[in-house]
Design a protein around this ligand. Structure first.
Ligand code: SF4
Length: 401
């Protein structure tokens, strides 16, 4: 590790510091993170070695305090959520990722495939709720033809024309392109015409090729995930990004993954203003998978993931504590470790509950607001592309987040 501690008692050497910044520097320097604290306080980019040092430092609270400083510099107390629902249109999948408890093959117990009309019915069932977004993801099933995906989007938009469809991970898009037998730019044009508004961030797992070979060898490599995300951004669509952590990957794999996401956003910023909106660390849940012998991450591991991401991803505006995976108290704590978003009301999450998530499958808007306020933050409802549409009192604010 090349990161060096400054001498005990060293002071932050910028004239324009506040006493709070001086206290933060003293805490971080006491933990051996003095030079990283200098960079954070000067708003300088952290390096690969800094990332490793943040993962390996024993003092999680010093790491978290630095991340919280960045979170409050960017967003103050604001914590975003939305009113959304999930449609997992099929669990049929031939990628056979060893960590996945959701996938099924035809004939296996619990296998299902929704028709576009079934998916539209899920939307119709929520018409009395103020849902602004539907998150549409499923398994990768090559027997679904191109028209299936177009009809799925059209049926959802017909059922609720004003809903924002955040659909299809890069892995699903890769399969849709194969089915369409035409260039991805043309496919994205068709999908937008049919109703696609943005893309989620899943399916990236960890970009390390050795981790892929060991745990999900049939899924696209990280290089293609990045190429597909670039095409999505060039098509004018926003997306999120993720990393599946807490299984066989190393801290070096995680830093490498985060820096590749940062580079992707640098390229997007240069071309079109930056189309990665939020980063979401996804905690590995071992139950019911081929990797059930591996313990998943602890709450402290999850908090460190949030904090390191906030510090390394200096060009991605939002860090999400996904309450479905982290559990609610950990997500609340994460709001002081770098996170400024908790996702949404969700309604019928299937993928992580198959893997043993014990959180509810949905919450009411009022509960999300209460969790955020109990954590000492200000709850702000947003739409999918981070325009604020109301604060915790339900007042309309309509401003860029
Ligand atoms: S993680 Fe996704 S691609 Fe992998 S097996 Fe599960 S559903 Fe299929």
């Amino acid at each position: 590790m090349t990161t060096e501690a400054l001498p005990p008692g060293a002071a932050f050497s910028t004239a324009a510091h506040t006493s709070a910044e001086q206290r933060l520097f003293t805490q971080a320097n006491g933990a051996g993170l003095g030079d990283i604290a200098q960079k954070v306080l000067r708003n300088e980019r952290l390096t690969y070695d800094d990332g490793l040092a943040l993962y390996e430092n024993a003092d999680l609270f010093a790491v978290g305090a630095l991340a919280n400083h960045v979170r409050e510099r960017l967003h103050g107390d604001a914590t975003y959520f939305n009113v959304n629902q999930h449609v997992n249109y099929t669990n049929l999948c031939n990628r056979l990722c060893k960590f996945c408890a959701f996938q099924r093959l035809p004939g296996q117990e619990g296998a299902y495939l929704m028709t576009p009309e079934d998916a539209a019915q899920k939307i119709t069932e929520q018409l009395d709720q103020p849902v602004t977004e539907v998150h549409v993801v499923g398994g990768v099933w090559p027997k679904l033809d191109y028209d299936y995906y177009l009809n799925l989007l059209r049926a959802i938009k017909t059922a609720r024309p004003d809903i924002h469809i955040k659909g299809f991970t890069m892995v699903e898009l890769d399969e849709i392109v194969k089915q369409a037998k035409k260039p991805i730019a043309e496919v994205l044009f068709d999908l937008k015409e049919a109703g696609l508004d943005s893309c989620p961030g899943g399916g990236a797992e960890v970009f390390s090729e050795s981790v892929r070979q060991a745990t999900y060898p049939h899924k696209m490599p990280g290089t293609r995930w990045i190429e597909t995300a670039s095409a999505v951004h060039e098509a004018g669509l926003y997306s999120n990004c993720t990393m599946l952590h807490g299984h066989v990957e190393t801290p070096a794999d995680r830093v490498d993954h985060l820096i590749k996401l940062r580079e992707l956003q640098d390229r997007s910023l240069a071309k079109d203003g930056g189309h990665l909106q939020a980063y979401i660390p996804l905690s590995f849940h071992p139950d019911n998978s081929e990797m059930a012998h591996i313990e998943g991450p602890t709450a402290l591991d999850e908090l460190r993931e949030i904090a390191v991401a906030r510090l390394l991803l200096d060009n991605i505006p939002h860090i999400k504590a996904y309450w479905i995976l982290m559990d609610i108290p950990t997500a609340q704590t994460a709001l002081s470790f770098g996170a400024n978003d908790v996702d949404g009301t969700v309604v019928e999450e299937k993928i992580y509950h198959e893997a043993g998530a014990t959180t509810p499958q949905e919450v009411q808007r009022e509960e999300l607001v209460r969790w955020i306020e109990d954590a000492g933050r200000v709850a702000i409802e947003r739409n999918t592309t981070y325009t604020a549409i109301g604060d915790s009192k339900g007042r309309f604010v309509d401003a860029e987040c």
